[in-house]
Design a protein around this ligand. Structure first.
Ligand SMILES: Nc1ncnc2c1ncn2[C@@H]1O[C@H](COP(=O)(O)OP(=O)(O)OP(=O)(O)O)[C@@H](O)[C@H]1O
Ligand SMILES: [Mg+2]
Length: 222
């Protein structure tokens, strides 16, 4: 089995900068999308653009503030609410060619930092978008599942994209590993660090030419 090393302590700053960059990128792509509309100034799309840009900047600010206390300061999170409030954000992340499907069964609450979990999902959605340049489907589901010791909630992010070669899959969670020309390789490493600090696990399965599924297992509140 390939040994996957956790990020070093000093990588925390790199993860933070990386994730703040994601939100700026989302705000910009929202604006680019809206600027294609004629008469944008009088349209409700302008309101949507500004709202999304403000939300992204709020998230960036909250991430910076949380860097002082740590993203692990948990709260009781209802996944249906947590995913529902990300609907618009995820559609901006993935763009017009990717269909986004959210499915949450009846699941107990999890104790995790809400913004931190959403941040992980944004990273996974960006990876899914990058893997589907010609479009496809991004599905996010949450189910109640048996864990090794106690019940867990399983959140799965699935895409119908390129999938990964075996050697890429083996290294995908490694800090600074990237196959993208401008990738920092910190998205999955940061996700892993966050999920493990929250008491959970992250696993990836991928089939070349068919797609990828990233599974997060989170402890439930007892
Ligand atoms: N959904 C996916 N489909 C195909 N390959 C993926 C997927 N997610 C990750 N990968 C592969 O794993 C590598 C590491 O992903 P990670 O998110 O850590 O970094 P990155 O996306 O390359 O860069 P960054 O997230 O820092 O912009 C990617 O470069 C890519 O090769
Ligand atoms: Mg990434």
């Amino acid at each position: 089995m390939t040994e996957i090393l956790p990020p070093l302590a000093h990588d925390a700053t790199a993860v933070l900068i990386h994730d703040v960059g994601n939100y700026i990128q989302i705000a910009m792509s929202a604006m680019r999308l809206m600027s294609r509309h004629n008469g944008v100034a009088s349209s409700h799309t302008l309101w949507a653009m500004v709202a999304q840009a403000e939300d992204s900047l709020d998230r960036a600010g909250a991430l910076i503030r949380l860097s002082r206390t740590g993203l692990t300061s948990g709260e009781d999170v209802r996944l249906d609410e947590c995913l529902a409030e990300m609907g618009t954000l995820l559609r901006y992340v993935t763009g017009p060619n990717v269909r986004v499907r959210l499915h949450v069964g009846i699941v107990p609450k999890v104790r995790v930092n809400r913004l931190g979990l959403q941040n992980v999902l944004v990273n996974l959605a960006i990876n899914a978008r990058d893997a589907m340049p010609d479009g496809g489907v991004l599905s996010i589901s949450a189910l109640f599942a048996d864990g090794p010791e106690a019940p867990e909630v399983e959140v799965t992010v699935t895409d119908t994209g390129t999938g990964m070669e075996k050697d890429v899959l083996a290294r995908a969670l490694e800090p600074r590993f990237s196959t993208k020309p401008t990738g920092s390789g910190m998205g999955l490493a940061g996700a892993r660090q966050f999920i493990e600090e929250a008491g959970g696990r992250i696993t990836i399965s991928s089939t070349l030419g068919r797609g990828t599924a990233v599974t997060l297992r989170l402890p439930t509140i007892v």
